[in-house]
Design a protein around this ligand. Structure first.
Ligand code: ADP
Ligand code: MG
Length: 257
């Protein structure tokens, strides 16, 4: 299962990606977590310390090439096999999750990020034996769809919060993802505070034919975990949000990919 997590900025993508990766690893899945955000912070929600997260080496640029196959279709060629990337740049997080970070912007005016996108696309396209599950934590916005970064994922999980702009972004993401022929596009409502907010998300998804597969409450424990620099799944594994993320993992594993 190759899963990409997308949505507007700040809706909870990285929180959900990290916790989901850990829960799936507990379910005996070999999990590769890919951080494709230019401001990467998946390491902490996976359970690494802030210091460990700061020391992770991003996969450098210059490791991909665009090539054309026999049918004239462009594809990303990786200059090393995926396993070699994992061996060289992979960092072990708790429960055996492997983390790869790509696309961190370290320098101002350093140019565009197309290669970081190509790398995420190449790795998800060429990964076969190295993992059972890939969780790709995307940068906010739509660029990953414009660039086809998520072309090879099985499930695009769009995270929304219960307010109009986040929901509108989800609709745009879905419309673009449909053009990429992504097989499964699903929505998760996060930071739901009240039944009225839950109903608003349900209604919006219904009106726009978005498939809502889970809702996660607004949870004080997640804020506290963040303040302490600890993964929510380690800080408060029984908190309501973490329980819903466990249920989400079960739902995802039950879907055909
Ligand atoms: N269910 C939740 N309840 C409370 N706070 C949350 C919840 N989900 C995410 N957060 C908080 O919201 C902020 C943004 O979350 P993050 O996962 O970094 O979003 P994104 O990756 O989409 O930008 C963080 O401070 C995180 O701790
Ligand atoms: Mg994030």
């Amino acid at each position: 299962m190759k899963l990409a997590i997308s949505g507007k900025g700040g809706v909870g993508k990285t929180t959900i990606a990290g916790a989901l990766a850990r829960v799936l690893a507990r379910e005996h899945q070999r999990v590769l977590a890919l951080d494709a955000d230019s401001n990467p912070n998946l390491a902490v929600t996976l359970g690494l310390s802030r210091e460990q997260g700061a020391q992770v080496k991003s996969v450098p640029m210059g490791t991909t090439e665009w090539r054309t196959d026999e049918d004239g279709k462009a594809y990303v060629h990786l200059c090393q096999p995926v396993a070699a990337f994992i061996a060289e740049y992979g960092v072990a997080a708790p429960e055996g999750v492997q983390l790869l970070v790509m696309g961190e912007v370290l320098q101002a005016s350093a140019g565009c990020r197309c290669e970081a996108h190509a790398l995420a696309r190449g790795i998800t396209g060429q990964l076969v034996a190295e993992a059972d599950v890939v969780v790709l934590d995307m940068e906010a916005g739509l660029e990953h769809l414009g660039r086809g970064t998520t072309e090879h994922v099985d499930i695009l999980l769009i995270v929304v919060e219960p307010y109009y702009r986040a929901l509108e972004a989800a609709k745009r993401i879905r419309d673009l993802a449909t053009q990429l022929n992504l097989a499964q596009i699903v929505v998760v409502g996060n930071r739901i505070r009240t039944p009225v907010e839950a109903a608003a998300v349900v209604q919006y998804c219904h009106n726009h034919s978005l498939e809502l597969i889970a809702t996660i409450p607004d949870d004080e424990a997640i804020r506290e975990a963040e303040q302490r620099g600890v993964a929510p799944i380690d800080y408060a594994p029984q908190s309501p949000a973490m329980q819903d993320i466990r249920n989400l993992a079960t739902t995802l594993l039950a879907r055909p990919t």
